[in-house]
Design a protein. Structure first.
Length: 308
């Protein structure tokens, strides 16, 4: 558990000295009157929901007034700040040993704190599935940029040899997405037959340019492993770590679309959170959902930096 002291103050220069090695600590829950004193001396009212998920820095101070709930998440554990109106300084001491859950917490916190570190999808009109991503047949969903698909279109999936596994014609491009039980069933049968290799989804509009993306299916054995890993994050819907943990699991399996959905779910809990908005913009850009990314960017304060 992260140790906090209401007496000692870590000097600003010490925090800056170790900035490259600084841990990922952030606010995972806040309600009631709480305040943050930043390294430059600014006093910030944390009551507003835009601070949910905010990254904190070594040397900053927190205060929780009576009746307040303030929980911070470190790279290994969570810590509730006592509602006693006392300033608490954030130091950091890495634990000598870590439990399995602490290691999972660290992976999730690392990915949240360094959002620009993952691979980006190849730009395409189709953004679900994202190019070169891995998908589950049971959650397979097709989505595309509506403005680039006027009128009617067809969708098809083929294997590496060009054998068509599924097709649907007469799709309204303005819908922007399609969830097809028949496509999911075709993918499930293909995988369960023991077939492997890259698949191609082709979007062919009656007017406009054809678009295609390549993707692969998650093997059945790996899907069982995935479900076990997701069960490790079976936390209450209001717990930010539920979404960060699940997003980290999907990222490890190169399932970029499901990773983005987890950040969207976290953002639903706190729509005004600047840090969550930034992280969700990055996730949507990564899969190629640029319309959604631009929509979220308009909700950010002017000048907010967004990692590439």
């Amino acid at each position: 558990m992260i140790r906090l002291s209401s007496l000692a103050c870590v000097p600003i220069f010490a925090a800056l000295l170790f900035a490259d090695d600084e841990p990922n600590i952030f606010i995972s829950d806040v309600s009631g009157k709480a305040f943050l004193l930043t390294l430059d001396g600014a006093k910030i009212d944390l009551t507003r929901k835009e601070h949910y998920g905010r990254k904190l820095h070594v040397g900053e101070k927190l205060m929780c007034q009576p009746g307040c709930t303030l929980v911070i998440q470190s790279e290994t554990d969570s810590q509730k700040i006592l509602p006693n109106s006392k300033w608490v300084t954030i130091p950091w001491r890495p634990p000598a040993t870590q439990t399995a859950q602490q290691k999972r917490n660290k992976e999730a916190a690392d990915r949240y704190g360094r959002p620009g570190a993952s691979e980006k999808a190849v730009r395409s009109t189709v953004y679900s599935p994202a190019g070169a991503s891995i998908v589950r047949p049971s959650t397979f969903r097709m989505a595309w940029t509506k403005s680039e698909v006027p009128g009617i279109a067809s969708l098809s999936i083929a294997d590496e040899d060009g054998n068509e596994l599924w097709r649907q014609n007469g799709i309204y491009g303005g819908a922007g997405f399609l969830e097809s039980p028949a496509a999911r069933d075709a993918l499930r049968k293909y995988r369960d037959s023991g077939a492997r290799g890259s698949l191609t989804l082709v979007l062919d509009p009656a007017a406009g340019h054809k678009a295609e993306v390549f993707f692969t299916l998650l093997p059945q054995a790996t899907e069982r492993e995935l479900e076990q890993q997701l069960n490790d994050w079976d936390l209450p819907a209001t717990d930010l770590m539920r979404y960060l943990g699940r997003a980290s699991v999907f990222a490890q399996h190169r399932m970029a679309n499901e990773e983005a959905l987890e950040f969207e779910a976290a953002l639903d809990q706190a729509p005004a959170s600047v840090d969550l908005l930034v992280r969700t913009v990055v996730a949507e850009r990564r899969v190629g959902n640029l319309d959604r990314a631009r929509e979220l960017e308009r909700r950010l304060p002017q000048g907010t930096p967004i990692p590439e």
